[in-house]
Ligand binder design. Structure first.
Ligand code: HEM
Length: 400
């Protein structure tokens, strides 16, 4: 063993970028290596094995809620990712119903109109530098999700989602040590809307709330705590991931004028652009699992209780699956064959929605902007940029 180690949470990655050269070495020399907390999986083969074996490897987000582990979370408060089969599959079907292709289609041109509205404001600023992160990529996922949920005022909801991300309460739950039975602010907000709907009894178009409120599993409706927990998790899982994706899309167009021109000349390349961005600059670089029993991954003995960091971003640069893996190319043979959305039964149910928002973000930008240029002296985040909140400053030339 070469004794390699990879710390996926090393703050240096935000400052200096993900060390893909080290990951390439790990994939070739010690594909299952030590991480700061347990083990790191760098190759697609072990990544897929781990994600498929849901009996052995279980997600546990409890430490992010200030708890030791999922044992401290009452079953009603488990986020979808953490629920074990068969209940996971039963709740998961509801998520699939909420975010299926036809539900995304039912949004009509809401995402495009949202992008136009945001660009209107940026283009009014003339020659001044504008921030494509705060002013464009950041608000889109919250506004679109709030609309799909059927929240009465998407702009107000989106502002709240952002506020709860910034004040650190977004991952907290009722069972977190510093919270209590009313839940964190986001759960109180969703609970108030649930109560309002129950009280007014108005007929509504089918939306995320109605799917969860009307659902029955084995003849039993979901409890209010379960409904609110899953609404909360949709925000946790769907807003910042998509925001990072949209940031990557606009950022790369800003720094690569050739790419901008190619997509402008041939918009049929946009879907390939989205997939190559997801692969090359995976917005979620990794996810975690805990081993429920002793097992083996590759040559490595994994102990019961061990933490495993599943390196999706590294798996998406695996040379065994992707020739010329570090290059950014629009002509990949199977552009969707990546693990940016995970794999197997926990694969992302929001992928169709994320792609829809990605398309709107890029197409509306190309439609309204003739060229964009970086701002001299500005400091740009790295690509991929691990949920950074740094600005992406640009000068935009509007189309005549
Ligand atoms: C580009 C944007 C997105 C990326 C890169 C992404 C990535 C992922 C990944 C990697 C997983 C698997 C995690 C694991 O197995 O531990 C996942 C799961 C999940 N995602 Fe997404 N996601 C995105 C957008 C969304 C959106 C828009 C939603 C919904 C509003 C969403 C909701 C979820 C949920 C609920 C799960 C858990 C599924 C389960 O455990 O069955 N995601 N996502």
């Amino acid at each position: 063993m070469a004794g390699l180690k990879f710390d996926a949470r090393d703050p240096k990655h935000a400052a200096e970028g993900v060390p893909f050269d080290l990951l390439a070495r790990i994939r070739s020399e010690e594909p299952v290596c030590r991480s700061s907390q347990g083990w790191y999986l760098s190759r697609r083969e072990e990544i897929e094995r781990c994600l498929k074996d849901v009996e052995t490897f279980v997600a546990d987000l409890a430490p992010l809620s200030g708890l030791a582990g999922r044992e401290d979370v009452p079953p009603e408060e488990l986020f979808l990712s953490e629920i074990e089969e068969p209940r996971h599959g039963q709740i998961r079907r509801l998520y699939n119903a909420c975010f299926a292709r036809h539900r995304v289609n039912a949004l009509g041109d809401y995402a495009e109109q949202t992008c136009h509205g945001l660009l209107d404001r940026l283009l009014e600023r003339g020659d001044e530098p504008v921030d494509l992160h705060l002013g464009y990529a950041m608000p889109i996922p919250s506004l679109v999700l709030a609309r799909m949920m059927g929240l009465p005022d998407p702009a107000d909801a989106a502002a709240r989602f952002m506020q709860w991300s910034l004040d650190g309460s977004l991952m907290k739950r009722r069972c977190s040590p510093d919270v209590g039975p009313e839940g964190p602010p986001i759960q109180r907000y969703f609970a108030a809307e649930l109560a309002r709907r129950r009280a007014d009894g108005m007929p509504r178009e089918r939306d995320v709330y109605t799917v969860l409120m009307e659902a029955e599993i084995d003849g039993e409706p979901l409890s209010d705590v379960e409904i609110v927990t899953q609404l909360h998790f949709m925000v946790n899982a769907g807003v910042h991931t998509t925001r990072t994706f949209l940031c990557h899309l606009v950022h790369r167009l800003l720094i690569d004028p050739d790419l901008f021109r190619r997509l402008d000349a041939d918009p049929s390349l946009v879907p390939n652009y989205l997939e190559e961005s997801l692969r090359h600059d995976s917005p979620v670089q990794g996810t975690a699992r805990r081993a429920m029993r002793d097992t083996k991954l590759g040559d490595v003995e994994i102990g019961q209780g061990d933490w495993i960091e599943v390196g999706l971003g590294s798996g998406n640069r695996d040379e065994a699956s992707w020739p010329d893996a570090d290059a950014f190319r629009l002509d990949r043979e199977n552009p969707r064959d990546h693990v940016a959305f995970g794999a197997a039964s926990h694969v992302c149910p929001g992928a169709t929605l994320a792609r829809h928002e990605g398309e709107a973000t890029v197409r509306v930008l190309l439609d309204r902007v003739a060229a964009m240029a970086p701002v001299d002296g500005a400091d740009y985040p790295h690509l991929p940029s691990s949920l950074s909140d740094r600005p992406i400053l640009a000068r935009l030339t509007p189309r005549a």
